[in-house]
Design a protein around this ligand. Structure first.
Ligand code: CA
Ligand code: CA
Length: 287
C-alpha cells in the first residue's frame, strides 16, 4: 500500500505510471496516485524552491583563536541548535523573486547578461526586501495551506548549514585551491553572478553558500561573545543586519564559513556588492 502522508509535505505529485515495474500496463484511470518522489528531508514548494532539512545539533561558530585571515569579530562560540529547520538549497533566484514580489531589482538581468538572469540569484535587495519576500511567500495560498512559514535564517543557522559539519575555513576544509569548485568568487566569476547550483554543493546538499551573492541573515550584528549559546537570534536591537558568504567580486577569505559582514537593513548593495539571500522555513513536521 502506498502511504500518502509523506507526500503531503512535499507539495509535489507525479503520475504513478513511471514507477510501474516492467510488464505492468499503466492504469486507464486518470486519477494521479501519490508516490513519494523525494526523500522526506527535502521539500519542493509551490514556486519550485528546493528546501533541505537541516538536523538539530551543535557546532563551533566562528574561527579558532589565531586563525589566518580571521577577523576579530569571529571569536569562536559553541552553539547548540535544538530544532530541525529547512533551508533553501539555492539562493533565491530572480524568477522566484519576480513571481512573489512582482519586480526584479537585479543588476545582472535580462539582456545585460548572456542567457538572461532568470536562474541567477536576485541581488540589489535590502534586508527589508528579503524579509518582505519571506512574508509574501508564506502568504501564498499553497504555502499557507501546507503550513510552511518562511523567514531568513539566523546567522547561527546560516553558518551551521554552510559548514555542513566541517570545522575548517570552508565547507570542504582549508584547501583554498578547491574554492573554485564550490564557489563563484573574484578569481573565477568573470565579473558577474552566475545561475544558482552550477558549483558543487556542500555535504548537506546546499549550493553557493560560498560566493555568488552575499546572503542576508535575520540577526542584528554584534561581535560574537565567545560564551556558549542555544538557538541564538542575535541582539534585540542594532543598526546593521548580518550578511554572509562572500560574493562574485570578493577574494577567497571573504567567502570563509565564519566571515561576517553587516550593513544597514535598507541598503541594497551597489555595482560591486551583490547581496541576495536564501530562505529558511519551519514546517509542521519539523521538531
Ligand atoms: Ca552565496
Ligand atoms: Ca568580516
Amino acid at each position: 500500500m502506498i502511504h500518502p502522508a509523506p507526500l503531503l509535505c512535499l507539495g509535489v505529485a507525479v503520475a504513478a505510471t513511471s514507477f510501474l515495474p516492467p510488464g505492468v500496463a499503466p492504469s486507464e484511470s486518470s486519477e494521479p496516485i501519490a508516490v513519494p518522489i523525494a526523500s522526506p528531508s527535502e521539500v519542493i514548494n509551490s514556486i519550485g524552491m528546493k528546501l533541505v532539512l537541516i538536523p538539530e545539533g551543535q557546532f563551533a561558530m566562528g574561527s579558532p583563536r589565531g586563525s589566518r585571515n580571521a577577523d576579530l569579530d569571529e571569536r569562536q562560540t559553541a552553539v547548540t541548535i535544538t530544532r530541525d529547520y529547512h533551508i533553501g538549497a539555492f539562493e533565491v533566484t530572480q524568477s522566484q523573486f519576480q513571481r512573489v514580489m512582482g519586480r526584479n531589482p537585479s543588476q545582472f538581468q535580462g539582456t545585460r547578461v548572456e542567457g538572461g538572469g532568470e536562474h541567477r540569484p536576485v541581488e540589489q535587495v535590502s534586508w527589508n526586501d528579503a524579509v518582505d519576500f519571506c512574508k509574501r511567500l508564506s502568504e501564498l495560498p499553497e504555502e499557507k495551506g501546507a503550513g510552511r512559514v518562511y523567514r531568513l535564517p539566523t546567522e547561527a543557522e546560516w553558518e551551521y548549514a554552510c559548514r555542513g559539519g566541517n570545522a575548517g575555513n570552508y565547507a570542504f576544509g582549508d584547501r583554498v585551491e578547491a574554492l573554485g569548485d564550490y564557489a563563484w568568487f573574484e578569481d573565477n566569476s568573470d565579473g558577474r553572478t552566475h545561475p544558482v547550483g552550477k558549483k558543487k554543493p556542500n555535504a548537506w546538499g546546499l549550493h553557493d553558500m560560498h560566493g555568488n551573492v552575499w546572503e542576508w541573515c535575520a540577526d542584528w550584528y554584534v561581535p560574537h561573545a565567545g560564551r556558549p549559546l542555544i538557538d541564538p537570534t542575535g541582539p534585540s536591537q542594532g543598526t546593521d543586519r548580518v550578511y554572509r558568504g562572500g560574493g562574485w567580486s570578493y577574494a577567497a577569505s571573504y567567502c570563509r564559513s565564519a566571515n561576517r559582514t553587516a550593513t544597514n537593513p535598507s541598503f541594497a548593495g551597489f555595482e560591486f556588492l551583490s547581496i541576495g539571500f536564501r530562505v529558511a522555513m519551519d514546517a509542521p513536521a519539523d521538531k
